[in-house]
Write a protein that binds this ligand. Sequence first.
Ligand code: PLP
Length: 398
Amino acid sequence: MKELSRIALAIEPSATMAIDTMFKQMKADGLDVIGFGAGEPDFPTPDYIKEVGIKAIQNNDTKYTPSVGTVALRKAICQRLKEDCGVEYAPAEVSVSNGAKPCVYVALRALVNPGDEVILPAPYWVSYIELIRMVGGVPVVVEATEAEHFKITPEKLAAAITPKTKCMILNNPSNPTGMMYSRKELEEIAKVCVEKDIYVISDEIYYRLAYDNEEFVSFAALGEDVKARTLLVNGVSKSYAMTGWRIGYVAAPTAISKVIGNYLGHCTGSPSSISQAAAAEALSASQETVEKMREAFEERRNYMVERMNQIEGVSCIKPEGAFYVMMNISKVFGKELFGHVIKDADDFGSMFLKYGKVAVVPGTSFGAPEFIRWSYATSMENIKAGLDRLECFLSGKE
Ligand code: PLP
């Protein structure tokens, strides 16, 4: 038989799957394991949003919609972007799809020719690198160190740009680091992008989860010249606890949105009409419930960070957004635990699961091999128990 597509064959399976499979197997075997791997809010979707979804079914709102989403939803998106981020888009500049993930893909599709370079600051969200490869792009990974608070500097960005660079993917606040760029930091980055003429895919899916009263600044809000080269990706998954409804969007200048619309029209068709109705409600109703979730995340972050930094051998810097903490485990490398020398983050992850009964995500898959990602999208009770177990594990007790 003839070979499969070389592009498809080159796609790596998610490296987080191995630990996840082990975690699920242990749970199924009845073991008391705690998971900190989930990238989704543990809260249910708020009732007032679910009710609109139910009503959409009852009212036979169950047909195809325009492939870039209903006008009602795109209007609600424009209104929310204006209120929360101070950016103005027309509904024709917004394309809705089945989650933010395909929006990143289709944004890359709109920009990248085979062989074009795409700058990716590391640590990065695991899917970006594969999405870049899927469109025939070449990922150019630029490391942002813990000392730099995992944020790409304008100097490093400028040094990575070549005549082949088409765009950069910026994730703010970041998965996996939880770091958030200040207005000044973004302005410096934007200046380089404008001067060197590159686009920015700005994934702002965690924008509502910003802590310590820090201001979230959308990349597109930095001025008309910046907005003209920004493809703003966002969605309802994380802010409204709606991961399963699969609604995300990309806002971009008309010429780019047109290309994206053509692509989606042939590739995915319209997203679920029911989910679109629910998402429009989420975006246009009072944002009070969402704010309560944000407050709960902030409280959990505070506890996790303080406690982690009291544990011998590991440390973390304080994230400003999203719901992840990056734990530095470099001091544990070379240490013997349970008769096994810990060589790297993968080793740590599987040993911690086996002996500590805690599932976390090794940083290897995020381009951060000295770190472990903890998600605090889980109950305070689990967080306390998980950190107790970490303390036991690091002192060699099961
Ligand atoms: N972008 C980032 C940075 C994410 O962490 C995730 C989900 O984990 C997504 C996009 C995907 O979001 P969605 O569920 O809307 O596809």
